[in-house]
Design a protein around this ligand. Structure first.
Ligand code: ATP
Length: 257
């Protein structure tokens, strides 16, 4: 299908078309399309741009990834389909960052397809294709992790995650940085450093913040982050936007009696 560049929502349509294509190739799960729709709805409410609060969280995330001894980013089908290149740029800025495939709907073939999608985007080493360790108390295949990756991580960046796994990673003592447009999701509520922003925008901002945060970074020293404040900022952004829209449509008092 050809998408006219003049269409007011051309970027969103292109993203949807890409996800549908990647689903047909078996990289994205059908459920991934639903998760994307949920994200898009929140992006509308947030004004489809990164708020000041999100930018602050992205700078803090760059600082935590630099301070980490073994940082890992956990990748599912949607992330591989939408953000293989932004992720490759982040790895170039932070070469110690390990990239691990983690899938709810896992088959060996799908894990291999997600890994090859990441390699096509420029990521050389991909972990998690043959995971050998299980995270305790997590029933789904998302519990399967790589001995050289998440199993040893001290900081884990988890874009588009679910709440149970966020909780399970934290229970292992791993610091969790999440990227999720929904400030009401269990992931955002449970993460140590919730970034309420769109995946590719967030990854680009973290990458750009890496060189700026480098001078202050010390291994093992994590600057405190006010997670409640980050969530409150996102709700305030949505509230301001809805108030503006409501006011713009409120009936004006008539001048004629
Ligand atoms: P939880 O268990 O945390 O409540 P959930 O059930 O909402 O999670 P999923 O249905 O797996 O989890 O959805 C993943 C989340 O990813 C959704 O909250 C959605 O807002 C978010 N999301 C989807 N696409 C994007 C995107 N491109 N950028 C950022 N967030 C996204």
């Amino acid at each position: 299908m050809r998408i006219s560049p003049r269409h007011p929502r051309a970027a969103s349509l292109r993203t949807r078309a890409r996800l549908a294509r990647e689903m047909r190739k078996g990289v994205v799960a059908p459920e991934g399309l639903i998760a994307h729709g949920r994200g898009e709805a929140f992006d509308y409410l947030l004004g489809e741009r990164s708020s000041a609060g999100a930018r602050k969280a992205e700078r803090a995330a760059a600082a935590w990834l630099l301070a980490a001894r073994r940082p890992v980013v956990s990748v599912n089908g949607n992330v591989a389909a939408l953000a293989a290149r932004p992720l490759a740029r982040l790895v170039r800025a932070l070469p110690g960052l390990r990239v691990e495939v983690n899938l709810f709907h896992r088959t060996p073939a799908r894990a291999a397809r997600v890994a090859s999608r990441l390699r096509a985007g420029g990521i050389r080493t991909v972990f998690g294709v043959h995971p050998t360790v299980r995270i305790p108390k997590l029933p789904s295949d998302r519990a399967l992790v790589d001995r050289e990756g998440i199993a040893q991580a001290d900081v884990c960046l988890i874009p588009l995650e679910d709440g149970d796994r966020t909780e399970a990673l934290r229970a292992l003592g791993i610091r969790v940085i999440s990227i999720d447009l929904n400030p009401l999701s269990r992931t955002s509520e449970r993460s140590d450093l919730p970034i309420i922003d769109e995946l590719t925008r967030a990854l680009d901002h973290i990458t750009r913040a890496i060189p700026l945060q480098k001078a202050q970074a010390r291994p093992g020293f994590f600057r405190p982050f006010d997670r409640s404040r980050a969530l409150a900022d996102a709700f305030a952004t949505i509230e301001r936007r809805l108030t503006r829209e409501t006011r713009a449509r409120a009936p004006r008092p008539s001048r004629h009696r």
